[in-house]
Design a protein around this ligand. Structure first.
Ligand SMILES: Cc1cc2nc3c(=O)[nH]c(=O)nc-3n(C[C@H](O)[C@H](O)[C@H](O)COP(=O)(O)OP(=O)(O)OC[C@H]3O[C@@H](n4cnc5c(N)ncnc54)[C@H](O)[C@@H]3O)c2cc1C
Length: 401
């Protein structure tokens, strides 16, 4: 069906939000409260529920883990009060998933738990095709689909079946590796926390990371309790170390700086690092730093690894906690016409005010917005900025048109 016909059948909507994680849910709450008609699609908190390990805790602090709503009424504190729940710190993953689902029921009860198959250009906006066959026209589309399509797998593991080497996002329960010898590749929070979870389940594990030293966050909690001085050093968004935390919490200011400065500062804010509370849980785990795997070979249901120091490992499995790299051409649902029209840098869409891309009416929330608006957009605490910015821009353009 073409755009014209879809319009004529009345199957059109003003804004479609694809994604029901922290960004999609927050954006829906803001837009609906501004009187904008939205349809919202996705499984609530599915990335957190299905692609992070059972037993994990959030690295972000309490104050940086609220999902933003325009009245600030749906905070973690409100969730605890209303449900009589106590949530520990650091925040356990299952409690955060439950909080997100509670937020969805309160703010976005109209969520449609369905998948989008394809988004293409059409007269007057976009043609959205659903997996179940429905097609409709949407004037604007907001992509809040997270990072799960952007997994990064080192090329040394090309051709190794996922039974022997898998990305960390492929698992929600690491206990299935019981009885195996595992190496974890990487040295950030995901790698270190997975290693701790392996050890605690009695699984033999070694961590191998390229960086020379482990980096930690949250080792000086007292710095956060110095009243006025702390507020000068740290933003409640809690992304990055003292000083940088303040700067990256103001994306409009941050993007005025020269690109090289932005890149250095962003790296400093989000470089691979573990939460300080993980340290005691890593005791006894062999951690090899400053080296990388140069070759991987499958042999009789085992994996043989060679490192750049000449040493070798023979293990049952390699867990690749090697992160994500945004690349808009990897979205499975964006038409090639849209991808061609998107202005990008290093795979990221270039966004202007309202987090709108070079394709008018197509907005990107979350991590894909980080090249244009800085590292804050990679974290739950960036959703308040993203939702406010998006809603202002859409509301403003509505009155103009
Ligand atoms: C292991 C790990 C730990 C992390 N810990 C933290 C932390 O402690 N604090 C923090 O701030 N950040 C953390 N992050 C970063 C985290 O990923 C982001 O903060 C957060 O997920 C961003 O939310 P989002 O809404 O952009 O995406 P997501 O939460 O990934 O939500 C994506 C949504 O899109 C939907 N979707 C995808 N494709 C489609 C489709 N075709 N049709 C319909 N719906 C679709 C999914 O169902 C889902 O609802 C962590 C990341 C990882 C990998």
């Amino acid at each position: 069906m073409g755009g014209e016909e879809l319009m004529n059948t009345g199957q059109k909507c003003e804004v479609s939000i694809i994604g029901a994680g922290p960004y999609g849910l927050s954006a829906a709450a803001y837009l609906q409260s501004a009187g904008v008609e939205v349809r919202v699609f996705g499984e609530p908190m599915s990335f957190w529920q299905k692609q992070m390990p059972v037993g994990m805790c959030l690295r972000s602090s309490w104050g940086a883990s609220h999902i933003a709503d325009p009245k600030q009424a749906l905070t973690l504190d409100a969730y605890c009060r209303q449900n009589g729940n106590h949530v520990a710190k650091p925040i356990p993953l299952d409690r955060f998933v439950d909080y997100g689902c509670w937020f969805q029921r309160q703010a976005v009860p109209n969520l449609e738990r369905r998948s989008v198959r394809c988004i293409d250009l059409a007269d007057g906006g976009f043609k959205v095709s659903m997996e179940d066959g429905e097609e409709f026209l949407s004037r604007r589309v907001v992509l809040a689909t997270g990072i799960s399509t952007f997994t990064r797998r080192p090329t040394e593991f090309d051709g190794i079946p996922s039974a022997l080497a898998s990305h960390s996002s492929e698992h929600s329960d690491l206990r299935k590796f019981k009885g195996q010898r595992v190496v974890v590749i990487g040295a950030g929070q995901s790698a270190l926390e997975s290693a701790a979870l392996f050890k605690e389940s009695g699984i033999e594990v070694e961590v191998i990371g390229r960086q020379r030293n482990l980096n930690w966050v949250g080792l000086h909690p007292r710095l956060h309790h110095l009243g006025f001085v702390s507020s000068l050093l740290y933003s409640k968004r809690d992304v990055g170390p003292a000083g940088i935390s303040r700067l990256v919490s103001m994306p409009h200011l941050f993007r005025l700086f020269p690109r090289e400065f932005q890149e250095r500062t962003a790296y400093r804010a989000i470089r691979p690092a573990g939460a300080g509370w993980l340290q005691p849980r890593l005791t006894g785990i062999p951690i090899t730093l400053g080296h990388k795997v140069v070759s991987a070979r499958a042999s009789n249901s085992h994996l043989e690894l060679k490192l750049d120091d000449g040493t070798e490992r023979r293990v049952d499995h390699a867990l690749l906690a090697t992160g994500y790299r945004v690349d808009v051409s990897r979205y499975p649902f964006l038409s090639s016409t849209i991808v061609k029209e998107l202005e990008t840098v290093s795979g990221y869409p270039v966004l202007k005010r309202g987090l709108e891309s070079s394709v008018p009416g197509l907005h990107f929330l979350g991590k894909p917005g980080a090249w244009s608006f800085g590292p804050l957009l990679g974290f739950v605490s960036g959703a308040e900025f993203a939702s406010t910015e998006l809603t202002r821009s859409i509301a403003r353009n509505r009155f103009r048109n």
